[in-house]
Design a protein around this ligand. Structure first.
Ligand SMILES: Cc1cc2nc3c(=O)[nH]c(=O)nc-3n(C[C@H](O)[C@H](O)[C@H](O)COP(=O)(O)OP(=O)(O)OC[C@H]3O[C@@H](n4cnc5c(N)ncnc54)[C@H](O)[C@@H]3O)c2cc1C
Ligand code: FES
Length: 407
């Protein structure tokens, strides 16, 4: 009863306040006009705030490089004067711009530091050097402390949200996919969101595990809120932990409430394809599964879905950008974006997975094969001839119109 009376009192007080405000509105306005400046304020405060929260481009310097494993390093960025580190949710990625031999390319990397680390003026990414990796190999040879880098972001849906995800989150990572989960775990210690985070992390062997000590330390500090299980496919004899691959049986064994939780998956492409079947076995509905963007495929001919017979073909692409027209060569096994980059006319890209629509372009003539795992082109866009060049392969000569160009 007392609660109800209190609520009613608050409501009446609010109503009286509104009425008084309404009747004194004219007077208050006149007083403001009287005391206000006669100079017209041209500044756009909303735009300034938006620019601070979402900088178009951040230029930064590499302040530190840490070896994590024999093939993985963490790079610490500090914004250069006049630039801001972007705000982001733990689990999102940035798009780093590289100029290699005079030609621009971009690569997405999950932010491995936590949003709270930006309070200390730093943002980190953790890179694994891929065998013959075009960009990752170049980074190994060229990025030093003091090197200037530029990137934009943050992007992606791989962050925890109270309105769509359960309070207990299960993160399944493979290889360098753990970087996003390190960010979530670090942030969780201060935000307590989600309430529980179970990480199932698959690696080949002990040497490949990234953040082994740090994640165990975070788990210790979290009072049971963070759990980390390392699962090794090729472990040495002394390994005491789990062995094998992360599939339905492993999930059931390690996660007691496996049928009531949200899953995030971040790892190599074969892991996504494999887990699709395992989630289906467990009867987990799609709304409880979130995957990091699919990424690029180093060798598309290894995919069973790639149209047979095109492997050795080369086509011409007429590229229209504004009033310019350029004709370039394109292999049927390179995405249209990779061909544009090789020709030195790179469009800007963010996800390179067909998902975000940033590279959306018009296909005026010809035929492309859009990789099914990353066909994020909306039906209405398809009807109007749009496609996503970062995940589309030419199947004939093409004429395309692109909207953006990296400098
Ligand atoms: C959302 C997201 C987050 C990611 N986060 C991380 C992370 O935290 N850590 C991490 O290590 N990786 C991460 N990756 C993967 C990363 O973006 C790169 O794919 C990875 O570093 C390999 O790049 P690479 O150029 O070395 O590999 P490559 O396999 O050499 O290159 C990939 C593509 O580049 C093309 N290519 C080859 N030569 C050229 C050329 N001359 N010009 C232009 N293109 C060429 C290839 O055809 C291939 O399609 C993430 C990927 C995604 C999608
Ligand atoms: S860069 Fe995201 S769809 Fe192409």
């Amino acid at each position: 009863m007392a609660k109800k009376a209190k609520k009613a009192k608050v409501r009446v007080r609010g109503y009286v306040k509104d009425l008084v405000g309404f009747f004194t509105l004219k007077k208050t306005r006149e007083a403001w006009i009287e005391t206000g400046s006669t100079e017209f304020d041209m500044s756009d405060h909303a735009a300034e705030l938006a620019k601070q929260l979402h900088p178009v481009l951040t230029k930064a310097v590499i302040a530190d490089i840490k070896d994590e494993t024999p093939t993985t390093k963490t790079f610490t960025f500090k914004a250069l004067e006049g630039y801001e580190l972007p705000y982001f949710y733990a689990g999102q990625h940035i798009s780093v711009k590289f100029c290699i031999d005079g030609r621009w390319v971009t690569r997405p990397f999950s932010v491995s530091s936590a949003p709270r680390d930006t309070d200390d003026g730093i943002l980190q990414i953790t890179l694994r050097k891929m065998p013959n990796g075009y960009v990752s190999g170049w980074v190994w040879d060229n990025w030093k402390v003091g090197t200037e880098v530029k990137f934009d972001g943050a992007f992606g849906e791989g962050y925890w949200s109270s309105i769509r995800d359960t309070k207990h989150l299960v993160g399944i990572a493979g290889g360098s996919g753990i970087t996003a989960f390190r960010s979530i775990a670090r942030e969780m210690l201060v935000s307590k969101r989600p309430e529980k985070f179970t990480i199932l992390y698959g690696s080949r062997n002990e040497n490949d595990i990234i953040f082994y000590d740090e994640l165990n330390e975070l788990a210790k500090q979290s009072d049971g809120a963070i759990e980390v299980y390392n699962i090794l496919s090729d472990a040495g004899e002394s390994w005491q932990g789990e062995r094998g691959f992360i599939g339905a049986d492993m999930i059931k064994k390690l996660v007691s409430d496996w049928d009531k939780v949200s899953y995030f998956v971040s790892g190599p492409q074969p892991m996504y394809d494999y887990l699709d079947g395992e989630f289906a076995k467990l009867g987990i509905r799609n709304k409880f599964i979130r995957k990091e963007e699919y990424g690029e495929t180093a060798d598309i001919t290894a995919s069973a879905l790639y149209p047979k017979g095109h492997e050795n073909e080369t086509f011409k692409i007429k590229v229209i950008f504004g009033t310019e027209e350029t004709v370039i060569d394109a292999k049927a096994t390179d995405t249209v974006v990779v061909s544009l980059e090789k020709a030195g006319i790179a469009p800007d890209t963010h996800c390179r997975s067909g998902a975000c629509g940033w590279c959306r372009s018009l296909l005026l003539e010809g035929e492309v094969w859009q990789r099914p795992q990353s066909d994020g082109v909306r039906a209405s866009d398809k009807d109007h001839g749009f496609f996503h060049p970062c995940s589309a392969y030419p199947m004939s000569d093409l004429t395309i119109k692109v909207e953006s160009r990296l400098e």
